[in-house]
Design a protein around this ligand. Structure first.
Ligand SMILES: [Zn+2]
Length: 55
């Protein structure tokens, strides 16, 4: 494990099985499906220019 066990959206620790979504060729981990959906909505708002600085 790379130690990436916090949700990139809300920053909470992922205690259960992480939700992994592949966005723009990168995989992101979320603590729950709701966060993944929220991020997808944000992405659709910002369009292709949307990128992340979470690491
Ligand atoms: Zn979250």
């Amino acid at each position: 494990m790379a130690g990436r066990d916090t949700c990139i959206l809300c920053g909470k620790p992922i205690v259960a099985r992480p939700i992994v979504e592949k966005i723009n060729g990168r995989e992101y981990s979320f603590d729950k499906q709701e966060c993944a959906l929220t991020l997808k909505k944000l992405k659709s708002v910002y369009g292709s220019d949307f990128c992340f600085n979470f690491t």
